[in-house]
Design a binder for this molecule. Structure first.
Ligand SMILES: Nc1nc2c(ncn2[C@@H]2O[C@H](COP(=O)(O)OP(=O)(O)OP(=O)(O)O)[C@@H](O)[C@H]2O)c(=O)[nH]1
Ligand SMILES: [Mg+2]
Length: 294
């Protein structure tokens, strides 16, 4: 699994063959996105959720994706500490991925890495990503279920609305509930979520409270995540989300390969066209046409 994910990170030419071989084995895993502001407790919560999932004998894959870092080293160090409980468990696979400077990097590599873990027999694949709305990877587009974490003080309602957090969550947890203001944050969040226009029969995102560092509230959180998964399967939403995920995956691969062809890494075709547009010799639409025709 580690080697296959390295191929994914390196955008290896072998991937074409690998993905075609993996295809028939994938499509079984439940993909859980975990997102929220830096330091809100995503890794600690993931660690606690994995403990609960292991009690139910699920095989779990975890991808900690850091769009802000070109290196996976830093994140890896933190995650080793935060998710260290599972280091020796053969049925838990944890991997950090950074952007590494590849074009369309994480947008392309994250769904492919999920596919590897899925095909390898993980029942659940957890994808941890920092932030919402602004990152290169939008977890919500990738996951079957998206868990959004907030913490008292740092994630009050108004800020949550700004960050677009209110649109992406299927399940919310106010983590660090051992700190002051958790009840208020939960109340505000519930109020804001209740103002959203939801058709009859639509999923209503629950808001829980957790103390990930002690495991408090984690069983309830996992129960809500599983309730959402069941609802998705019943409502037909699962197939829709998976098609959307595949769509993004195909799009990301196509864009990455187009960019490669253009030589956006300092290639000449795009540079020459850019020169002409900058000098006013060519309009940008004509330039784009020429690029696509070439
Ligand atoms: N008091 C308290 N501290 C917590 C809780 N959950 C996590 N922490 C602490 O918060 C800090 C950040 O936790 P992480 O799990 O690394 O947070 P993260 O969201 O993964 O952080 P990044 O990946 O860096 O964005 C750590 O020092 C944790 O021990 C909690 O429920 N209560
Ligand atoms: Mg983390």
């Amino acid at each position: 699994m580690a080697r296959l994910i390295t191929l994914v990170e390196d955008a290896s030419p072998l991937l074409r063959e690998v993905m075609s071989a993996l295809g028939p084995h994938a499509g079984r895993a439940h993909v859980l996105g975990v997102t929220g502001a830096p330091g809100v407790g995503k890794s600690t919560t993931t660690n606690a959720l994995v403990t609960a999932m292991r009690r139910a004998e699920r095989r779990v894959g975890v991808l900690a994706v850091d769009p802000s870092s070109p290196f996976s080293g830093g994140a890896l160090l933190g995650d080793r500490v935060r998710m260290g409980d599972h280091a020796l468990d053969r049925d838990v696979f944890i991997r950090s991925m950074g952007a590494r400077g590849h074009l369309g990097g994480l947008a392309r590599s994250t769904p492919q890495a999920v596919r590897v873990l899925d095909a390898a027999g993980c029942d659940v694949v957890v994808v941890e990503t920092v932030g919402v709305g602004q990152s290169e990877v939008e977890v919500a587009g990738l996951a079957d279920t998206t868990l959004v974490l907030l913490a008292p003080g740092m994630g009050d309602g108004i800020q949550a609305a700004k960050a677009g957090v209110l649109e992406v969550g299927d399940v919310y947890a106010v983590n660090k509930a051992d700190r002051e203001g958790a009840d208020r944050t939960r109340r505000e969040l519930r109020t804001m979520l209740s103002m959203a226009d939801r058709p009859d029969g639509a999923w209503r995102p629950p808001v829980l409270q957790t103390v990930a560092s002690t495991g408090q509230g984690i069983d309830e959180l996992l129960a809500e995540i599983e309730r959402h998964a069941a609802w998705l399967a019943e409502s037909g939403g699962l197939a829709r989300r998976r098609t959307l995920r595949a769509r993004r995956e195909v799009e990301a691969i196509a864009l990455a390969s187009l960019r490669e062809r253009w030589g956006a890494d300092g290639g000449t075709a795009l540079d020459a066209l850019a020169d002409r547009v900058a000098n006013g010799d060519l309009d940008p639409y004509a330039a784009a046409d020429e690029l696509l025709d070439g």
